[in-house]
Design a protein around this ligand. Structure first.
Ligand code: AMP
Ligand code: MG
Length: 539
């Protein structure tokens, strides 16, 4: 452990090894021939700690007490640089809602540098909302407390759910006012500003490669690819000579396909909807990145999207996410093509995405249902019927699976239809009609039969099944209304709800009886309240 921020060791590989934009003035522009531009955070009036994450501090060898040091808010609010920091913003492009958007870049994110911890790991520190950069286009480079609380809490929630993600070290309110038109109705309001310090091995996105390829800058494309392989995928070079060949690029792209497939399976398992799966929001490391108008399925609605901007086409709806990830990977394949010059291996990698997604989805579904194995012959139908049944009425997905785990095969012999439905009744948002009850009871009966068969074959029992299910079906997710309640309090200067949610979400699979009140459906008042159902991109 180190005791002071000044002891952090920086090893800024990206800045050192890749070409910088020679222009150091901070004005909006197209940046060519460079991977990043040097830019300092904009100082803020009155930085105050809203919350810090001790586990992320520990990744940097910092003790929890670090959050109390006066210097902390100065550094991570953007007012002060530590020796060794080399702040910069990266250039990237992206496909937004299916269309090529040209240069985007870190418009409100500033990388401070790469910490090298005592285990030799590199962790990039990035401030989000620390002021304009050359990539800010027409926007202000700032972030409001509302969206920063959401990013801060959700990235940590995802980590504890076992979903790959960028992390959050701190959430700091800036004492500045930021103008936002949250409803896009021409009535902008002043909102409290905030800065989140995000932490990840790297923040490189599909779009960092796409922009170089789109501009025909193949030299730079190769430099960034080689750098990424050497820094973030160095295992691909182990045992080989240090040389990067066409085969290395293929292996690398294949790994990106595999990790992205795994990420999609995780999102589907926990009911997470990212909301803006543009290629600039896709991490090369298969991490969940850029928490904007994301949401969690409450009623199981496969076509739901949390993003008001996407309400028409619903491109980024829950059920479509695995397909969109594949589309995004195809864009990345196009961008990397000049390094490989052959379509077939890229296509094979995309095929592996499909296979891996299928494998993970089946494995997850078996676990969600507590089956020792997914038997494609009977379990595909069982799963399809379940998802169909979940749509016959409005049924809370998270609560449903936890209640399902409580089913006991010892009790069911004489069950009436009503009693079957009683097992999961509190997951319903409104009372099911007769048809919906019959559908649910029928499905539950077939499920119980399948379990009986599984127990006979494997010697499994209810207790083992319950443990298996509760390890993959969270009891607690960051429901939008919960986040909104924490935001409302934090806006009033009371950070206790942010802390409380952070604590609950540290152990999302545990029973935590002391927080039973949080194991509840979205209340009716939250159904259409701003921030509690759909969200705009305004953040
Ligand atoms: P997003 O859809 O939030 O992932 O952002 C798309 C692009 O817009 C990225 O290049 C962001 O850096 C940029 N951007 C989003 N919000 C702002 C802002 N307030 N100021 C500057 N750039 C922004
Ligand atoms: Mg983004």
């Amino acid at each position: 452990m180190i005791t002071h921020l000044s002891q952090l060791q920086f090893d800024n590989r990206l800045v050192r090894e890749l070409p910088a934009d020679p222009e150091t003035e901070n004005y909006r522009r197209q940046v060519t021939g460079a991977i990043y531009s040097r830019v300092n955070p904009t100082p803020v009036k009155n930085p105050q700690l809203v919350a810090g994450v001790k586990e992320v501090a520990a990744l940097l060898d910092l003790p929890e007490a670090i959050f109390q040091q006066a210097e902390f808010v100065q550094v991570f609010g953007g007012n002060q640089l530590l020796v060794g920091m080399e702040p910069h913003a990266c250039c990237y492009g992206g496909h937004q809602f299916g269309n090529w958007a040209g240069q985007l870049g870190d418009g409100r994110a500033i990388n401070l540098g790469e910490v090298r911890n005592q285990q030799g790991e590199h962790w990039t520190l990035q401030l989000k909302g620390a002021g304009p950069t050359p990539y800010s286009r027409t926007a202000d480079g700032l972030a409001v407390l509302r969206s920063s609380v959401r990013e801060f809490l959700c990235s940590e929630a995802m980590f504890h759910l076992g979903v790959p993600t960028t992390r959050a070290l701190s959430l700091i309110s800036t004492g500045e006012w930021v103008r936002r038109d949250m409803f896009y109705d021409g009535n902008p309001q002043l909102e409290a500003g905030a800065v989140v310090c995000r932490v990840a091995p790297s923040f490189t996105r599909f779009g960092n490669f796409e922009i170089l390829s789109a501009r025909g800058d193949i030299d730079l494309l190769k430099q960034l690819a080689d750098f990424t392989i050497r820094s973030d995928f160095s295992h691909l070079l182990e045992g080989e000579t240090d040389e990067i060949t066409t085969a290395t690029y293929v292996q690398w792209f294949t790994e990106i396909c595999i990790s992205t497939a795994q990420l999609m399976a995780h999102w589907m398992r926990v009911g997470f909807v990212h909301g803006v799966m543009n290629t600039d929001n896709m991490s090369i490391l298969g991490l969940t990145i850029d928490y904007g108008p994301y949401g969690w399925l409450e009623g199981y609605e496969p076509d739901w999207t949390p993003n008001t901007t996407d309400a028409q086409g619903r491109r980024y709806r829950y059920i479509n996410q695995p397909r969109i990830a594949l589309w995004n990977l195809a864009q990345l394949a196009n961008a990397l093509y000049p390094l490989i010059n052959s379509v077939e291996p890229l296509q094979q990698a995309l095929e592996k995405y499909r296979a891996e997604y299928e494998r993970c989805a089946q494995h997850d579904m078996a676990n969600k249902l507590g089956l020792s194995q997914f038997d494609p012959v009977q379990d595909q139908a069982l799963t399809d019927n379940l998802l169909q049944t979940l749509q016959t009425a409005e049924i809370d997905m998270t609560i449903f699976y936890r209640l399902l785990a409580r089913l006991s095969l010892d009790d069911i012999d004489q069950y009436t239809e009503q009693q079957w439905v009683d097992i999961v009744r509190t997951a319903y948002y409104s009372a099911p009609d007769a048809n919906a009850e019959t559908a649910m009871a029928t499905w539950l009966r077939s499920y119980a039969q399948r379990l009986q068969q599984d127990y006979i074959l494997t010697g499994n029992n209810d207790a083992q099944r319950r443990a298996r299910m509760n390890a993959v079906n969270p009891k607690h997710v960051l429901r939008n209304y919960l986040a909104q309640q924490a935001i409302d309090k934090a806006t009033e200067g009371d950070n206790s709800e942010v802390e409380k949610l952070l604590q609950i979400l540290r152990n999302p699979y545990d029973e935590q009886p002391e927080y039973e009140a949080y194991f509840a459906k979205r209340p009716e008042w939250a159904r259409h309240k701003a921030g509690c159902s759909m969200l705009s991109c305004s953040s």
